[in-house]
Every structure is written in structure tokens, then in C-alpha cells.
Design a binder for this molecule. Structure first.
Ligand code: GUN
Length: 313
């Protein structure tokens, strides 16, 4: 049961349960650590993750730094390749080829975006699908589309959002309506396919959808990934729904001082929390799950390479 409390106007307002993404991510990381140690003990295989970053974008370096650090904490062999901005397409392709051929590396991640002179698509598609821990290879997209979750790898953010859905509703979503707002290859499409695979009745809505609020109101599980700050209002949310907010938008926050900013999601959190049963915050919701699922994909890939049954998340 969600906690309830009295609103300022004296009426009782039921507030949703707020999912703690950091806590769920920490539990995923605990499973990864245990599975990494068990694999090493049983097969003598240490899971290995290689992260490639090209250029000197500070935000990308911060992301990659936390990925490499978390990989070490999980007990992985963690390799970071930091390449100069003038790296050529051929140099980058050669590095991916050498990591494809390296048996001690089970996961390869090329941090995006790449500098403008590099073409990311052929690089991503040159990663061996079984080492594509970002789940961006067309083979992995295709396996998800046909419901093959046993041999494919699922991209990290939808995989993380799905952990929240499973912990709220269980494995079987039969009879539940799910609406995913957003149709990107990176998130909306794989998220919809994961929900469908779990037997939800799935609608993919987007900027061209007619009467988006009423489509959203039909959702027992509403997933927002539109990239528009606080677009999903309380009256878009069905009472009792589970709301997963995948947006990360930086907006001006003059209340914090001149020139200050803050992060908000695609959902108007405070008002939606009065209608939903379960909701994710921004920050601290889906965000922390992305790195955790990268670690999960790496330990899954290492188990498969060693012929062992991987853990489930
Ligand atoms: N840049 C920002 N997020 C990601 C991600 O999840 N994967 C890759 N490869 N690059 C990113």
C-alpha cells in the first residue's frame, strides 16, 4: 500500500510509492559482483569490459570514468581506451577489431556521441553482437524483436526500466495496458518490445499521436521518454498507474539563484505522484540503472562465453 498523508487543504492525498533507483541499482550491482566471483571460481574466467572514448568532451569523460570505476568494483577486468579527437575511422575500427578478437574482453562499449568526423554506425555494427553490451547492434535489436532474450543483449536503459516494472508487477504483465511515449531505437522501441514480451498490451505513442493525454490515461504502466521537461501532467495519468520517467532535462532554476539549473524528467513529478501508485523520480530513478545494467550485460556476456548459465536481473 502506498503511504498516505494529509494535504494542506485537509483532504487526504495518497502519494505514490517513489522507486529508489539508487537502491535498485545497488541490488543489481550486488548480483553482478556475486555472479562475477562465482564465474571466476567455477570457470577461471574474469569478466572483462572495454570502454572506448574518443575526444575530450567532459560530460562523456565523466560517464566513462564512472563506467570504468564501477566495472573494477564489480571485479571485472576493466580497460579504458582514451583516444585523441583526431583518431581516424580506420584507427577506431582497428581497435574494435582487436577487442573483438581478445578472449579476455566480453563487453565492448564505444561511448557516444563520437566526434563529428567519425561515423558511429559502422563502428557499432562492427562490434561482435555477443560483446555488444550496449545492445545497439542490429542483431541484438532483431533478437529482442523476435523475443530472443536468451542469446541477445538488451540496451541498458530499457533493461533498467524493465527491472522496475518487474519488481512492481512481477514477470507476467498479462491484462495490463502499457503506453510508451517515444519511439526511438535507443529506448522507445526496445522498451515496447520488452513490455510486449512480458505479455503487456502495448501502445507506442509519439509526437504525432492524436490526443496523447487520453492515450496515456489508458496506461496501467506509463513510460515517458519524450525529452520534454514535465510534459506528462497529472491528468494524463490513470489513478493507480505505475509511471516510469526516462527523461533527463536540465531547466533554469532561478529559485536556486541566478544562472542555476536543475534536472527534471518528462513527467510533472509532484502532481503525477498524487495520482500514480508507483513513480520514478528524476534524478535518482532510471538514471542509476543504466550503468548497473551495463555491468549486468557484461557479466551475462562473460557467462555465455564460458558456457555457463548467466544470472537473471
Ligand atoms: N552516451 C550516453 N549514454 C550512452 C550509452 O548508454 N551508451 C553509449 N555507448 N554512449 C552513451
Amino acid at each position: 500500500m502506498p503511504p498516505s498523508r494529509m494535504a494542506g487543504n485537509g483532504r487526504e492525498t495518497v502519494l505514490a510509492t517513489v522507486i529508489d533507483g539508487k537502491q535498485v541499482a545497488a541490488s543489481v550491482i550486488d548480483t553482478v559482483k556475486a555472479a562475477t566471483a562465482a564465474l571466476d571460481k567455477q570457470s577461471g574466467v574474469q569478466a572483462g569490459l572495454a570502454v572506448i572514448i574518443v575526444g575530450d568532451d567532459p560530460a562523456s569523460h565523466a560517464y566513462v570514468g564512472s563506467k570504468s570505476k564501477m566495472a573494477k568494483e564489480c571485479g571485472f577486468k576493466s580497460v579504458q581506451h582514451t583516444l585523441p579527437v583526431e583518431t581516424t575511422q580506420e584507427d577506431l575500427a582497428a581497435l574494435v577489431a582487436s577487442l573483438n578478437a581478445d578472449d579476455t574482453i566480453h563487453g565492448i562499449l564505444v561511448q557516444l556521441p563520437l566526434p563529428k568526423h567519425l561515423n558511429s554506425e559502422p563502428i557499432i555494427q562492427s562490434i561482435l553482437p555477443e560483446k555488444d553490451v550496449d545492445g545497439l547492434h542490429v542483431v541484438n535489436a532483431g533478437k529482442l524483436a523476435v523475443g530472443d532474450l536468451e542469446t541477445g543483449l538488451v540496451s541498458c536503459t530499457p533493461a533498467g526500466a524493465m527491472v522496475f516494472v518487474r519488481r512492481t508487477h512481477g514477470e507476467d504483465l498479462s491484462g495490463l495496458n502499457a503506453v510508451v511515449v517515444g519511439r526511438s531505437n535507443l529506448f522507445g522501441k526496445p522498451m515496447a518490445q520488452l513490455l510486449l514480451n512480458a505479455n503487456a498490451t502495448v501502445t507506442i505513442a509519439h509526437s504525432r499521436t492524436k490526443d496523447l493525454p487520453s492515450v496515456c490515461r489508458s496506461a496501467d504502466i506509463l513510460v515517458a521518454a519524450v525529452g520534454r521537461p514535465e510534459m506528462v501532467k497529472a491528468d494524463w495519468v490513470k489513478r493507480g498507474a505505475t509511471v516510469i520517467d526516462v527523461g533527463i532535462n536540465r531547466i533554469a532554476a532561478p529559485e536556486k539563484g541566478e544562472g542555476k539549473t536543475r534536472l527534471v524528467g518528462d513527467v510533472a513529478f509532484a502532481e503525477a505522484a498524487e495520482v500514480a501508485d508507483v513513480i520514478t523520480p528524476v534524478p535518482g530513478g532510471v538514471g542509476p540503472m543504466t550503468i548497473a545494467m551495463l555491468m549486468a550485460n557484461t557479466v551475462i556476456a562473460a557467462h555465455r562465453a564460458a558456457g555457463q548459465t548467466p544470472p537473471k536481473f
